[in-house]
Design a protein around this ligand. Structure first.
Ligand code: GLU
Length: 510
């Protein structure tokens, strides 16, 4: 057991400790955010520890996903497997030698014992306990026995034994929680702390590592409340200082059920990125789960705020222990707010991965394409709620005129007068002079205002068709869709030649 400096109260050390068992859960970001908010407020440190002792559930790509998603959210750590730190290694599978002396000491002190019971015996025991309505838990057949004594009895396994805690009858079942006050938990079973494969279980590893890494505040999900008495016992037995505990509420669906990766796509952190949410919107959303909005000096509440504001005013007492409802409608709203606030260049570059994914642009667009994209981006920035919606709106600006597909629903909407409208538009727009010096038609006659004026004059005034119906066929012709960015600006960006070619193509197809 190494001697570690215990962190002074003035420099808190917090951690998030995900298990790499698949796509990271949104709860990992939620925990990271609250840990980090407090750590930053206090000038403390936040570390990332990978708890990979469950080899059966281990998934090799999961650790990288944890890094990628937390980095994407800007929830970054000061110490961790990828960045190192004074308490490295930060991956539990690389710390097996650290745990062993703690186990030896517990065995020597009679706080823990070897167990050779076979899996079949344990299953049978559980079945009998359930049938006879007894409390389930290990029946201590191995306690106090040598290997030889135990081998003489049934249900013995020749493999390496596990090590179990010997939970005393008077084990403390309450502990103090920063969010919940005094918490009671059920009496634990004789928990396995070292498995036959030589790996510690979570319970031993978490206590040893939190101690060794100088963790002062253990902030984690509510699901660990029932495990905390085991951890408290281990701290006591090993003579270690107890950290402070804060158990965050579980995130719930609108029907109050727990958010699970099996049932909810939104439980997967990667989902939010795929669906075109902005990381700053998701962080703001998570900060509002079980936590109040910012209270302004004038008594009003503000739901849109930065991480810095959240961290500056952070207080454990404000966390509501009742499981918050994970309401994606709220996130959609926040996402829209953040999307509209982005500076145009930033908004444009955030679209790029989605446009590449959907085959609208290559991963290496030309300067000309980027210029056109920025012009289109300006038209759609206030019109989308997710970055994923951009591809459909942007695509018409990047396809060849003869490759533009007309969607069935758009074609289906065309009225009998569509041909007349298209003919009038072709004539009116054909007269606009598009020669000029400016980029995208500025300084030339081909600009949104001139286009609009010409079309209104010939179609609304000339043909007497109401504006509501006048421009539908034109929209369909230039974008192929029923919904598109504003028509006249779109035509300006496309240029005169493309616009006329598209109008003519739809006219010819009628
Ligand atoms: N490895 C545990 C988890 O993935 C960490 C629990 C804790 O923070 O103590 O939930």
């Amino acid at each position: 057991m190494s001697e570690q400096p215990t962190s002074s109260a003035s420099s808190p050390r917090l951690r998030v400790a995900p298990s790499p068992t698949g796509d990271p859960h949104v709860g990992t970001a939620y925990m990271s955010l609250f840990n980090l908010a407090f750590a930053r407020q206090q000038g403390g440190r936040f570390l990332l520890r990978i708890e990979d002792t469950d080899r059966a559930r281990f998934r090799a790509d999961s650790e990288q996903q944890v890094y990628d998603t937390l980095h994407w959210l800007g929830l970054t750590w000061d110490e961790g497997p990828d960045v190192g730190g004074p308490f490295a290694p930060y991956r539990q599978s690389e710390r097996l030698d650290t745990y062993r002396p703690y186990v030896e000491r517990l065995l020597a002190d009679g706080k823990a014992y070897y167990c050779w019971c076979s899996g079949e015996r344990l299953a049978q025991m559980r079945e009998v306990q359930q049938k006879t309505k007894q409390p389930t838990g290990y029946d201590r057949l191995c306690h106090g026995k040598t290997r030889e004594e135990r081998a003489a009895l049934p249900g013995f396994t020749d493999k390496d034994p596990v090590v179990r805690m010997f939970i005393p009858d008077d084990a403390p079942l309450t502990f103090e929680d920063l969010i919940r006050g005094t918490v009671s938990a059920p009496r634990p079973d004789d928990q396995v702390i070292l498995k036959a494969d030589g790996f510690p279980t979570y319970h031993l590893a978490v206590v040893v590592d939190d101690h060794e890494m100088g963790i002062t505040h253990v902030v984690r999900g509510e699901e660990w409340i029932s495990s905390t008495p085991k951890h408290v016992l281990l701290y006591q037995w090993l003579g270690l200082d107890l950290p402070k505990f804060a158990h965050m509420p579980l995130l719930r669906n609108t029907d109050k059920s727990k958010i699970s990766k099996r049932k909810n796509p939104a439980a997967r952190l990667t989902w939010f990125r795929e669906e075109g949410y902005l990381p700053e919107a998701l962080v703001n959303f998570l900060a509002l789960l079980a936590y109040p909005p910012i209270l302004e000096a004038d008594g009003t509440e503000r739901e849109v705020f930065t991480f810095r504001e959240f961290s500056d005013g952070f207080d454990w007492k404000k966390v509501n222990p009742v499981g918050p409802i994970f309401d994606l409608k709220k996130l959609d709203w926040l996402n829209g707010v953040y999307l509209r606030e982005l500076e145009l260049g930033d908004f444009t570059s955030r679209l790029l991965p989605f446009l590449e994914r959907d085959g609208v642009l290559s991963g290496n667009p030309s300067l000309g394409e980027l210029g056109r994209l920025k012009a289109v981006a300006e038209l759609i920035q206030t019109r989308i709620a997710h970055l994923t919606e951009a591809s459909a709106l942007v695509r018409p600006f990047f396809v060849a005129d003869d490759a533009l597909e007309i969607a069935e629903d758009a074609r289906g909407q065309l009225k009998d007068d569509a041909g007349q409208v298209l003919d009038a538009a072709l004539a009116a727009l054909g007269d606009i002079d598009d020669q000029g010096t400016g980029v995208l038609g500025t300084d030339s006659g081909w600009n949104a205002a001139a286009i609009e004026a010409a079309l209104r004059k010939s179609i609304v005034d000339g043909l007497g068709i109401k504006p509501k119906f006048a421009f539908g066929p034109l929209r369909t012709a230039v974008s192929g869709a029923r919904i598109s960015p504003p028509l006249f600006e779109s035509m300006e960006i496309l240029g005169k030649a493309s616009t006329l070619t598209r109008l003519q193509a739809l006219r010819d197809s009628l």
